[in-house]
Design a protein around this ligand. Structure first.
Ligand SMILES: C[S@@+](CC[C@H](N)C(=O)[O-])C[C@H]1O[C@@H](n2cnc3c(N)ncnc32)[C@H](O)[C@@H]1O
Length: 412
């Protein structure tokens, strides 16, 4: 059993947890690096045959239950990994300002123009920050500025929104006007432009779900300017400057063991749980069809290797399975077997997709620990720049699974 302190406050605590996570993830990599989707049988089959048999026997409903964290009766070995993962990735809830939370619930005007779940995120984030000390708020990649506007309204502070999409300016201004907030909208590409001039010394900078490189660009350009930061990062695999991919931000992570490749970054945040049932069904069908076609390609080539098909046109995915195979094979100059049965291949693909989803439950245990590793890298980068830093959750996972909040306050 891995012991991990639940407090994540201060440079030393962050360093210790990061090091523990790094060692554990590295040691367990045979369980989470290989993707059952493209690699069956899994490499750990020989070591854990009973677990493979258990998982392979789960039907779609049971897999859904385990994916949503509702399943029970896991074999002891997997239960052990699940407990280790939960312990090492345990994060305390950020303290909530109760009076502010009550005010947020009562003031219907604040939530105007914000959709349900986004409002819950904005309200929880704001309540976790408590009263504002900063002179102003900068909403980094702020969209229509929902979070910045809410904080500005609560604290009576001016707000700046830095955002790529200039079409959002009008709505951002109108919403701020109605809330009585002074708002400046800066249209800027934070991956290309020098945005440091917007980082004023007295400001609180917030970034709610500024994907991957968008949050990194902020951290890399700070130069210790803003007084306070509150960041809830997401989608670590996206939006990297100049397409360079994700690089560690802290010196500790630069010396770490965990490989920061695209597959690791994707595993951290790609979850099905929050997708709509329609989207989930479409993804399942696509996966089954890719695997059905893959089996045909293996048969035709005589090679037992997965053939990545890249992104596929929606029109191919909307056609019947036989046509899908023909269109994709022709467009990618791949050989189909001379004789094949569409219904048998479709069924085999569905079966393989179910099995790979079941075996991927093991990889899924490592999602949150990897996400926390990535969040701690960002938190450490702030600490290395002289900020006092703490990490906590700002809302329940049902509101958003990307619920980790990094708070930094310039020391001294
Ligand atoms: C996931 S949304 C989050 C928006 C807002 N923070 C919220 O929580 O509602 C990410 C935002 O980043 C903006 N964005 C994407 N690329 C950007 C870039 N290169 N520079 C500035 N903003 C960017 C998008 O237009 C979008 O509004």
């Amino acid at each position: 059993m891995v012991e991990a302190p639940s407090e994540l406050c201060g440079h030393e605590a962050l360093r210790e947890r990061f090091a523990a996570l790094d060692r554990w993830l590295w040691a367990q990599r045979p369980l989470w690096r290989p993707r059952p989707f493209s690699q069956l049988p899994v490499p750990w089959q020989g070591e854990h045959p009973e677990l493979v048999a258990f998982l392979s026997g789960l039907d779609e409903g049971a897999i859904d239950g385990f994916e949503a964290g509702r399943g029970s009766g896991l074999p002891a070995v997997m239960q052990g990994w699940a407990e280790e993962a939960a312990a090492i990735a345990a994060v305390p809830q950020s303290p909530v300002d109760g009076a502010l939370a009550t005010r947020l619930r009562g003031e219907a005007s604040l939530r105007r123009g914000i959709k349900g779940r986004k409002w819950e995120q904005v309200a929880s984030f704001s309540a976790a920050l408590g009263g504002l000390e900063a002179e102003g708020v900068l909403d980094w990649c702020g969209g229509k500025g929902h979070l910045g506007r809410t904080l500005g309204a609560l604290g009576g502070r001016p707000v700046t929104v830095v955002e790529l999409d200039g079409r959002l300016e009008q709505s951002a201004r109108a919403l701020a006007g109605r809330a009585g907030v002074a708002l400046r909208f800066v249209e800027a590409d934070v991956l290309k432009e020098d945005t440091r001039t917007h980082l004023e010394r007295g400001a609180l900078v917030v970034a709610l779900h500024a994907c991957g490189g968008l949050t990194n660009a902020l951290i890399e350009g700070l130069e210790g300017r803003p007084a306070e930061l509150a960041l809830a990062p997401c989608c670590f695999h996206l939006q990297h400057r100049g397409g360079r991919g994700c690089v560690p931000l802290s010196s500790q992570a630069r010396g770490a063991l965990l490989p920061l490749d695209h597959a690791t970054l994707r595993l951290a945040t790609v979850e099905e749980v929050v997708a709509s049932p329609k989207l989930r069904a479409a993804r399942r069908r696509e996966n089954a069809w890719r695997l059905g076609l893959d089996l045909l390609l293996r048969q035709a080539s005589g090679r037992d290797d997965y053939s990545p098909l890249g992104s596929l046109p929606a029109s191919a995915l909307a056609s019947p399975f036989a046509e899908f195979c023909q269109v994709v094979a022709a467009s990618q100059q791949l050989e189909l077997p001379s004789v094949w049965s569409a219904s048998a291949a479709q069924h085999a693909g569905e079966e393989r997709a179910r099995q790979s989803r079941a075996l991927s439950l093991v990889r899924g245990l490592f999602r949150r620990p990897i996400e926390l590793w990535l969040v701690l890298d960002r938190a450490l980068a702030l600490a290395e720049q002289g900020y006092e830093v703490q990490v906590g959750t700002f809302c329940a996972r049902r509101v958003t699974p990307r619920n980790l909040l990094i708070r930094g306050r310039r020391a001294g």
